[in-house]
Design a protein around this ligand. Sequence first.
Ligand code: NDP
Length: 330
Amino acid sequence: MTTQTQRIVITQTGGPEVMRYEDAVLPDPGPDEIVVEHTAIGLNYIDVYFRTGLYPAPNGVPFTPGNEGAGRVTAVGGEVTGLQAGDRVAYVGPLGSYTRHRIIKADIAVKLPDTIDDETAAAMMLKGMTARYLLRKTFDVRDETTLLFHAAAGGVGLIAGQWAKHLGATAIGTAGSDEKCATALDHGYAHCINYVSQDFVAEVARLTDGAKCDVVFDGVGKATFEGSLDCIKPFGLYASFGNASGAVEAFNLGVLSAKGSLYVTRPTIFAHIATRALLEETANDLIDVVSSGAVKIPIAQRFGLSEVAEAHKALEARTTIGSTVLLPNG
Ligand code: NDP
């Protein structure tokens, strides 16, 4: 029984206008697959990279963007166990979530407890599992840790600030406006530097009495790379996990010795959820901190799926705060 649906399609990479809303027909799920009717879809900065072509879509064009969704299972393949029609699920997965219904492999779906509503799930899975691996895998953040987190008022940033505080760390954030800094301070950050009006390197030195940070988490990239290295203690870590301002350019590794034997890593969420065991470890930890109230998921923007171009414009114009969800029925 095929499913009529609507989805976004990109036939040529470019600006927000390349995303077209169209009718589509979904085939039946394969034996190890399920059909999910989305009630909410997560908007992530990675969606911009695929839309512009900075990250090439693995199978080329045409493609449907989006790597995250939440909703209700409407059909399951013959070999699927543990899931049935009617279950509420969320997932992070391959491209293709900007659609009302989609087929996914059953083993990427996470069943949602009653404590997590669908919009929260769509707003937290990709960003929250990213915050989780950054703070608990990329660096073992503890109460003695001082960390710097760029774009602290963004989707990943607001989750990371609360989680870092929950782990006992001192989190310093950066953000592009005083309003964003005020929001970051309400979400776990001990300090927030407006890096548009202030020199964040000098401010980090001042706030830490010259001691600097154990680790810098940088999803901004090109604009913050150089200054970030000056915010790290000897033997500390620079974790580059995104390129909102552009990709970090090639650099001389000698700079890491000059700044005190620094470490650099460039992690991705997809390696951290590549097996069912890794996914469950990561997702369960996230669900626990959200269910307990230690981490709240602020959704400050909602757009209808057919208005996704406006959502991308807002994200790229730096006018969003926290998470943004796309509503197929909005
Ligand atoms: P955000 O909500 O954080 O939006 C990006 C933010 O980056 C903006 O709000 C803005 O905040 C800041 N920014 C700084 N310079 C620019 C610029 N030139 N253009 C646009 N934005 C800029 O997005 P997400 O929470 O979705 O993602 C945050 C980062 O994390 C992204 O780089 C994303 O790609 C990365 N990421 C990486 C993952 C991984 O596993 N490697 C997984 C998930 C996300 P401000 O105005 O305060 O500067």
